[in-house]
Design a protein around this ligand. Structure first.
Ligand code: CA
Length: 220
């Protein structure tokens, strides 16, 4: 999943971007409000992590304009503004959750998963399709009771397909979800990942639709 990180503090931004990438998110990091608006107008994100005190355009203003144009991107506000009024105002303006600095990375990741889950309309923390279940916390795939651990990128790819079983994603769409700006993408990276997943989970775990892309078949 691709995440827009809006944070002007270079130390916090750098360490957040690193931790998010280690957790298999593709991250675009911008350091002011104007760059955030530009990114939002050119790219679709699965989630935005938004600092409020920002140069050029304030975080609350970004939130307001995102919701004013009916952009449903999940927004998690990360900020040092800790008054109750600020928190209420953020939630009133369409933030999905709020994390106060300083925070534990594990808590932020858990809240991100919760927000993504709520927005995705899934009831539980697991994605299930037929006999295959994906656990976003342990990064495991459970097939008929046996668990297989995937690498971060393998998990991110399978997750992208499992969110909507039956939907075909092209190579470009998959790369878009797996890699952020400044990340070199090898031309056959997607094929390599799919090959690795099929080796672990069986050749029919991911279907190739010739000339269009890949999908996981929708199963009851
Ligand atoms: Ca700030």
């Amino acid at each position: 999943m691709r995440v827009l990180l809006v944070e002007d503090d270079p130390m916090i931004g750098e360490s957040l971007a690193q931790s998010l990438r280690a957790a298999a998110y593709a991250v675009d990091w911008v350091q002011d409000g104007q760059a955030a608006q530009l990114a939002l107008s050119t790219q679709t994100y699965g989630l935005m992590l938004l600092d409020l005190g920002l140069p050029k355009v304030d975080g609350m203003e970004i939130l307001r304009s995102v919701r004013a144009r009916d952009d449903a991107v999940p927004v998690l506000v990360i900020t040092a503004r800790d008054t109750v009024e600020d928190r209420i105002s953020g939630l009133d303006h369409g933030a999905d959750d709020y994390v106060l600095k300083p925070f534990e990375m594990s808590e932020l990741l858990a809240r991100m998963r919760a927000v993504i889950r709520r927005k995705g309309g899934a009831s539980g923390p697991l994605f299930t399709n037929g006999h295959m279940t994906l656990d976003p916390v342990s990064k495991e795939v459970i097939v008929e009771g046996s668990r297989t651990i995937l690498s971060a990128k393998e998990f991110a790819l399978l997750h992208a397909l499992m969110v909507r079983p039956g939907a075909i994603l092209s190579r470009a769409e998959l790369e878009d979800r797996l890699y952020g700006w400044n990340q070199e993408v090898e031309s056959n990276a997607v094929e390599f990942l799919i090959h690795a997943i099929r080796k672990k989970l069986g050749s029919d775990s991911i279907k190739n639709v010739r000339g269009m892309g890949w999908m996981v078949s929708k199963k009851l």
